[in-house]
Ligand binder design. Structure first.
Ligand code: NAG
Length: 208
């Protein structure tokens, strides 16, 4: 085999591998234009329309008093099934936080539509990346990494719209995963290098 042929084969193998990596990076591909749930017969424009974000139009709803998420994933908007995209609208009254969490199936591209946000994520080497975002700014949280958002301006509500490359990105909230499940108190006390009493007081805040 000539070295030219060998090089060609090698480059084909390498590009085939990178292709596999790309296609495996998101939701599975579907073999139809779209997926209609069982029992739905009349598919028209309404099926492809989601009106849940009308709640963001000023005056349409009372302003939230705590951090609030409106989701548009395939659970709320079934037409997204198979399309590998979804949205979330995040409302932050002054001083509220979206606690540290991860999305196991997608990166998150956040756009600040109103106000300002302190954001950050931690990579797998435990390095923290933070930014203070102004209205109009975007920030990307890489897939699967722990991240948070915080509105430190007590007077202004912040609104952010987040796009996901999955119809069902999933959310693992770190505080509730640890302190609002039945993980044994001793396991948590040893893990956090603290006492069982401290763990129980943290758990109590979630139970109420
Ligand atoms: C804790 O978990 C329960 C049961 O899953 C849930 O109803 C409750 O809202 C959670 N509490 C908090 C503060 O997340």
């Amino acid at each position: 085999m000539s070295s030219k042929t060998l090089k060609l084969i090698l480059s084909l193998v390498i590009s085939a591998f990178s292709f596999v990596r790309i296609t495996m990076a998101g939701d599975p591909d579907i073999l139809t234009d779209f997926i209609v749930p069982q029992g739905v017969n009349n598919v028209d424009g309404n099926f492809f329309t989601y009106t849940g974000f009308r709640a963001l139009v000023p005056g349409s709803q009372p302003a939230p008093t705590g951090f609030k998420i409106i989701k548009a994933t395939m659970a709320e908007f079934p037409a997204l099934n198979g399309q590998s995209v979804s949205y979330a609208a995040l409302q932050f009254p002054g001083g509220t936080v979206n606690p540290p969490h991860t999305h196991p199936r997608s990166a998150e591209l956040l756009l600040v539509a109103q106000g300002s946000l302190q954001v950050g994520f931690v990579d797998t080497t435990n390095k923290l990346f933070t930014q203070k975002l102004q209205e109009g700014d975007m920030f990307v949280f890489p897939k699967g990494l722990v991240h948070f958002q915080y509105n430190d301006d007590p007077k202004t509500t912040a609104l952010a719209i987040s796009a996901f490359g999955s119809a069902s990105a999933g959310t693992v909230s770190i505080p509730s995963t640890l302190f609002n499940t039945s993980i044994d108190d001793n396991v948590l006390a040893l893990s956090f290098k603290t006492t069982v009493a401290t763990i129980q007081s943290l758990k109590k805040a979630f139970a109420s």
